[in-house]
Design a protein around this ligand. Structure first.
Ligand SMILES: Cc1cc2nc3c(=O)[nH]c(=O)nc-3n(C[C@H](O)[C@H](O)[C@H](O)COP(=O)(O)OP(=O)(O)OC[C@H]3O[C@@H](n4cnc5c(N)ncnc54)[C@H](O)[C@@H]3O)c2cc1C
Length: 399
């Protein structure tokens, strides 16, 4: 992409680049380089605190709540530098999901209580939306919250709850009314994960890692002051949050970093005695992905500009989600095929910092299979791509 930046913007970019170069701890950089999806709580919090101290933990939040106040170009440049420096993904659930809900719909007391702890990483959050049988059809959720004095008493369960085992807090959709329209009986609650009656059980994913969980609620008591907005109006806040989630999952800068890596891999791997990058069909495949990624980048920038001007989004977050996840999967798949046999032995062990066995095969093979396997889910989480197509059909094409 050929953007012309002003001298101030270039100075800002240099400042970010230098900060990330000098402040990202080597062990975290190395772990992320090996496997962009692997991060443990200690590393995540250590890195987030460094960003927090610098005032850069929440680029998109308004300044009054602890955001950076950066304009769109600055946010774009930060994101580019962030990925290029192999910085780990920050935990999105507080910073990108419930944070914006809190400062948009929360009471003054809720903002004061939760926002600073999201910024400082004192609280890591998880997202309690999906249930068995209520994923795409989220409005059918059955986890009940029954008012009892000044509390709600919650019974039911959630599934696929990413990072619930690391989390201090969950934002949770609960059913408070079963009459009438399903969307009008949902309440958005904030639940401390150490509340008695909560059980977290691991789900090990196909890459042999533990990110996912089931969460069970057995007479879990939560004060009514932990409710966002009005009782039975939780669907409104849930949808607002999903818009933020989908914009984030476009992952343009991350995919651009993967493109760079794929060029390196294809230059290092050979096919028929020549570097793979010189193979016409592989080069064409790479060019096709890069072209689609550039188009996605422009679409994302257009959407950001429209958001800034206060224009409401229609189906764009869904477009970004579909394209972003497809491109990410294509890149992972191309990397696996480029590496060939040696992509196989790395489902799990090599990405972990504690693994000390020598690697089998080239360094650039590490973590690729784990990333490929985990990101097969990219077209499912955050609302499956089929559901996103349905949203576009309804909101954009008015079908
Ligand atoms: C790695 C991962 C992390 C996740 N993290 C979280 C999390 O932190 N918190 C959370 O709450 N949830 C999380 N989820 C759950 C995720 O949001 C759901 O998996 C997703 O919404 C799909 O729901 P489902 O799995 O119940 O599939 P289903 O809804 O049963 O769908 C099955 C298939 O049918 C298709 N389908 C369903 N309805 C339609 C329709 N109307 N039109 C066309 N096709 C349709 C779907 O596209 C899909 O292919 C995560 C999932 C994964 C895989």
């Amino acid at each position: 992409m050929d953007l012309v930046f002003s001298a101030e913007e270039l100075a800002f970019r240099d400042e970010v680049r230098e900060f990330l170069r000098t402040h990202l701890p080597d062990d975290i950089r190395e772990t992320t380089r090996r496997n962009p999806s692997y991060i443990d709580r200690e590393m995540m919090v250590r890195w987030q605190k460094i960003l927090y101290e610098q005032g850069w933990i929440a680029p998109a939040w308004p300044k009054e709540y602890g955001g950076t106040g950066w304009n769109l170009v600055q946010r774009y440049l930060f994101d580019e530098e962030y990925q290029a420096a192999d910085c780990p993904r920050v935990s999105p659930f507080g910073l990108m999901m419930v944070g914006p809900v809190l400062y948009t719909f929360g009471t003054a007391a809720q903002k004061e209580r939760y926002l600073p702890k999201i910024l400082s990483s004192e609280h890591l959050w998880c997202q309690g939306y999906s249930e068995r049988g209520s994923g795409s059809d989220l409005a059918s959720l059955q986890t009940r919250a029954v008012p009892d004095g000044d509390d709600y008493v919650i019974n039911g369960h959630k599934i696929w709850t990413s990072h619930a085992h690391h989390a201090d807090m969950m934002f949770c959709l609960t059913r408070t009314n079963s009459e009438g329209k399903r969307q009008e009986g949902i309440t958005f609650l904030l639940i401390p994960m150490d509340t008695p009656g909560i059980t977290v059980r691991p789900i090990v994913s196909i890459d042999q890692n533990h990110y996912l969980n089931e969460v069970f609620f057995d007479d879990v008591r939560v004060p009514a002051e932990n409710r966002i907005g009005e009782e039975n109006k939780g669907w409104t806040y849930a949808k607002f949050l999903l818009g933020h989630e989908r914009t984030g999952v476009a992952g343009v800068s991350k995919s651009k970093r993967k493109v760079e890596r794929l060029h390196e891999v294809a230059a290092a791997e050979s096919d028929g005695g020549r570097p793979l990058i010189e193979d016409a069909s592989f080069a064409r495949r790479l060019a096709d992905i890069e072209t689609r990624l550039t188009a996605l980048e422009f679409t994302q920038l257009r959407l950001l500009a429209r958001d800034r001007d206060g224009e409401t989004s229609g189906g764009e977050p869904s477009m970004l989600k579909i394209r972003g996840s497809e491109i990410e999967q294509d890149l992972n798949e191309a990397a696996i095929e480029a590496i060939g046999y040696y992509a196989g032995p790395y489902p799990n062990e090599a990405p972990r910092p504690e693994a000390n066995a020598p690697g089998i095969g080239p360094d650039h093979a590490e973590g690729k299979m784990a990333e490929h396997l985990l990101r097969r889910a990219a077209t499912i989480y955050g609302g499956s791509n089929e559901i996103q197509r349905g949203i576009i059909a309804k909101m954009v094409l008015e079908l």
